[in-house]
Design a protein around this ligand. Structure first.
Ligand SMILES: Cc1cc2nc3c(=O)[nH]c(=O)nc-3n(C[C@H](O)[C@H](O)[C@H](O)COP(=O)(O)OP(=O)(O)OC[C@H]3O[C@@H](n4cnc5c(N)ncnc54)[C@H](O)[C@@H]3O)c2cc1C
Length: 414
């Protein structure tokens, strides 16, 4: 069969790599590089060049079994990463970090703060009760309803639940309480966050995520048509027609849309009501991403600094503000700190900015989760396969899983 794959992020790359075993595959990519959210940039600090991941950074071998297998087959070198969480709350002045006790009490006065002690007590309670929630498997209650029903303190909500959720999903802090409670608890359970010490070792790719992207790209017989956005997809009785920018029309037997849900919907000229419903139910939010060397954005207390640093600004905002410490996450030694901040607003010195771009993250509210179930239960139709990390929890393993589901529809395995 002649198959078009649209989008060369992890989902499209893996789908194309497997499908080419038995089919003639053409991979179209709008950008001028493959990888999508797997994006490594090179920066020079004090005469040394560093490869910094400004998209996908970490995975683990427990909850990313398929991605781990792909890295093994490609013989990609990986190394342990340092995963820890820190909070700087500009509203209360409270700062804390995980996982050690000395980080939790990074500000010694936290011991005396009733608000902090309430947050901590409820965090320990949440770690017990979240397991019950996972076992109940109730998809209806939102996180806000569940926490309120169990009398969790405002401090736990503002200093723990919202910062953790917003940082994990790069989501609007104001929307976290609308997430399904069970998804929140499941993420904690699956990623070893309910156990101390966590049984999960996070890892990162030596030399940056581009190493695995380049390895797949090099194995694609048909190559990748870079800088070739697909503007329109039309289905007919025997297959599909793709219109690429510039007006060229290409005919295929099948198409795999490995783009974000909103991008896929925009391409489908003849979307069915069901496709329209599913694709419009998973919405995205825009985040500004900045790679910089300005450490003043981190928690003030050194012990409250972590690999993920969440900041609650004084004024309420709709955008998550989180800083990834790339020296810790990727084990990079550089003369100045290498930090990636989502939505720094005015907090980063422009003279210290090395790279900036706009990224989009899926919003996993209850509407999105319902649409995902509909998609999972339905056989692919109209010669069209929908694929992408948005069909799961939005992480790399979800992108790989969605590609494997497409492959199975063609009776192929990894
Ligand atoms: C800053 C950041 C950090 C992250 N960190 C992690 C992490 O550490 N671990 C983790 O598991 N996940 C992480 N993620 C989540 C990440 O989004 C997913 O893991 C995954 O990379 C998404 O893959 P995808 O293939 O679904 O989409 P994408 O990677 O977004 O790929 C979609 C591709 O489609 C292309 N495209 C769009 N429209 C068209 C068109 N019309 N024609 C042709 N091509 C088109 C795009 O250019 C893009 O290359 C992170 C995301 C971001 C933004």
């Amino acid at each position: 069969m002649r198959i078009a794959v649209v989008g060369a992020g992890v989902s499209g790359l893996v789908a194309a790599w497997i499908l080419q075993r038995e089919h003639e595959v053409t991979l179209f990519e709008a950008g001028d590089r493959p990888g999508g959210h797997a994006n490594t940039v090179e920066v020079e600090i004090a005469g040394r060049t560093h490869a910094v991941d400004v998209g996908f950074i970490v995975y683990n071998e427990t909850t990313y079994p398929n991605f781990t297998e792909i890295l093994r087959r490609l013989e990609i070198r990986t190394k342990p990463s340092d995963m820890s969480f820190g909070l700087r709350c500009d509203r209360t002045g409270i700062e804390w970090a995980s996982p050690t006790l000395s980080a939790v009490f990074a500000q010694p006065r936290n011991l005396l703060r009733p608000a902090f002690r309430r947050m901590l007590g409820d965090a320990l309670r949440f770690h017990r009760e979240a397991r019950e929630l996972v076992a109940m498997d109730d998809e209806k209650a939102t996180l806000g309803e569940w926490l309120c029903g169990r009398d969790y303190s405002r401090e736990f909500v503002e200093l723990y639940a919202i910062p953790m959720g917003a940082a994990i999903w790069s989501a609007d802090p104001g929307g976290i309480l609308d997430f399904p409670a069970v998804s929140f608890a499941r993420f904690f359970a699956n990623h070893g966050l309910l156990e101390r010490p966590s049984p999960i070792q996070w890892r990162t790719i030596e030399g940056g995520s581009r190493c695995y992207v380049d390895a797949i790209a090099a194995r694609l017989r048909g190559g990748i048509r870079l800088a070739t956005p697909v503007d329109a997809v039309r289905r007919n009785a025997v297959g599909v027609e793709l219109a690429t920018r510039g007006g060229d029309i290409h005919a295929f037997d099948r198409v795999v849309l490995a783009t974000h849900s909103d991008q896929s919907l925009a391409m489908l000229e003849d979307a069915t009501p069901l496709e329209r419903h599913v694709l419009s139910s998973v919405r995205y939010e825009e985040n500004e991403l900045v790679l910089h060397t300005d450490a003043s954005i981190l928690p003030r207390a050194r012990r409250a600094r972590a690999s993920w640093n969440y900041r609650t600004p004084r004024e309420r905002t709709e955008r998550v503000a989180v800083t990834y410490d790339m020296n810790r996450l990727q084990g990079i030694r550089s003369a100045e700190p290498l930090l990636v901040t989502l939505n720094p607003d005015a907090a980063v010195d422009p003279a210290r900015v090395l790279h900036r771009e706009t990224v989009h993250h899926p919003i996993f509210d209850t509407t999105a989760m319902r649409a995902q179930r509909i998609l999972a239960e339905r056989e692919p139709r109209n010669h069209t396969h929908l694929c992408g990390a948005w069909t799961g929890y939005g992480f790399h393993e979800d992108g790989v899983r969605s590609a494997l589901a497409v492959a199975r529809a063609f009776r192929l395995e990894l």
